[in-house]
Design a protein around this ligand. Structure first.
Ligand code: DCP
Ligand code: CA
Length: 361
């Protein structure tokens, strides 16, 4: 089973501000050069219906939505990470084995739990969707299939709020008409190369001469495309052992807005987080500051670096900057402070991650 949350960042924003639900909502990564420079991270379905897409320049999205009561918001990774953690906590107990595959998606091996019965698997999926809606307030799309590859493509085909079961004997007819770029690893460039060979659908790809595919795309990729288009995938669902974030949170002795006092506490938290990083030989790209305010509201700010870092001083400096920013945006006192590093990379594994996907044969 693959569970993927719908329009995740935008749905998180709707969750904390229900007024947004009736409007097109666009989440952007603002580069800061000019007011509107940057790219769309994601958008809710109202905005998508009006032509907004991930990756689109923000000025272009604004142009498309001009005259419409649309809402543009900057990404708030620390907050989405918190929601993501709750989502994963909800999902994990439903699986024999569990694999978080992104901030808003996870594979659940439910072979045992469902007793290999696809109808039972469907019931589990409905239960998960209900729980997700009731306890967290979010919708998701779920694909069920005989392997990870089919589950993923199935979930993608039924968004938003979808549930689809692709049984063993339905797999090839399900895949056959789909465009080739539904496959992981087929981007615009590869799609065009395939088009030149008159390969448009997965069916075309599955029946194409595999030796010719290998000639064009290389041996590894060529045979991967051939097998994947046929729905063949032997990958197991496995927990990624390295957590992809480390966080620490602490309560201040008294509620305060005094930066020196706050930093005294966050510096201790930074050391604890940094020690974990050193132990695991990890580098971070994103740093988040979290403040639980005197009125129990939660504020967070985060910063993503263009290059990963591992220094304690970098961490301290960023946390200082984030808390300065946070304080300047509110006049409420802070009760608890937290810091979080995410987007973690294992030093020697950065290269391996990129190639490992294609090395499974
Ligand atoms: N994301 C991003 N930039 C992209 C793609 C995604 O910043 N080019 C972020 C925002 C998304 C989140 O990752 O909310 C999850 O990505 P998905 O591809 O699952 O997209 P959504 O969840 O937004 O939409 P969907 O309903 O299609 O799953
Ligand atoms: Ca999603």
């Amino acid at each position: 089973m693959l569970v993927d949350l719908d329009y995740f960042f935008a749905q998180c924003e709707e969750l904390r501000n229900s007024v947004l639900k009736d409007k097109p909502v666009v989440i952007g990564v603002y580069s800061g050069r000019t007011e509107d420079s940057g790219a769309v991270s994601t958008a809710n379905y109202q905005a998508r219906r009006l032509g907004i897409r991930s990756g689109m320049p923000i000025f272009q999205a604004k142009k498309k939505l001009s005259g419409i009561d649309a809402v543009f918001l900057p990404v708030d990774h620390a907050y989405y990470d918190q929601v993501s953690e709750k989502v994963m906590e909800l999902l994990r107990p439903h699986a024999d084995s569990f694999e978080q595959a992104g901030i808003d998606e996870a594979y659940l091996d439910i072979t045992e739990t469902s007793m290999r019965d696809f109808d039972k698997a469907g019931e589990i999926a409905r239960k998960i969707k209900d729980e997700m809606k009731e306890t967290i307030g979010l919708t998701c799309s779920i694909g069920i299939g005989p392997n990870k590859l089919i589950a993923k493509i199935a979930a993608d085909s039924k968004k938003p709020d979808g549930l689809i079961i692709v049984r063993v004997d339905e797999a090839s007819s399900f895949l056959k008409p789909l465009p080739v770029d539904r496959l992981l690893g087929v981007g615009a460039k590869t799609r065009d190369q395939m088009l030149a060979l008159d390969i448009k659908t997965m069916g075309d790809l599955a029946t194409y001469d595999v030796s010719k595919l290998m000639e064009t795309f290389g041996k590894t990729l060529g045979s991967y495309f051939h097998r994947a288009a046929s729905g063949i995938d032997g990958e197991s669902v496995h927990e990624r052992h390295e957590a992809d974030s480390i966080s620490r949170i602490a309560t201040l002795k008294e509620n305060t807005r005094d930066l020196v006092y706050i930093l005294d506490k966050t510096n201790q938290l930074c050391i604890q987080v940094w020690e974990q990083l050193v132990q695991r030989k990890m580098r971070f790209k994103t740093v988040g500051a979290i403040a639980i305010m005197a009125d129990m509201s939660v504020l967070s700010r985060s910063k993503t670096l263009s290059e990963s870092a591992n220094g304690l001083n970098v961490l301290n400096d960023l946390v200082k900057m984030l808390f300065e920013k946070l304080l300047s945006d509110t006049n409420i006192k802070i009760r608890r402070v937290g810091i979080r590093v995410s987007n973690l990379e294992k030093e020697q594994e950065i290269q391996r991650q990129i190639t490992s996907f294609f090395n499974h044969q």
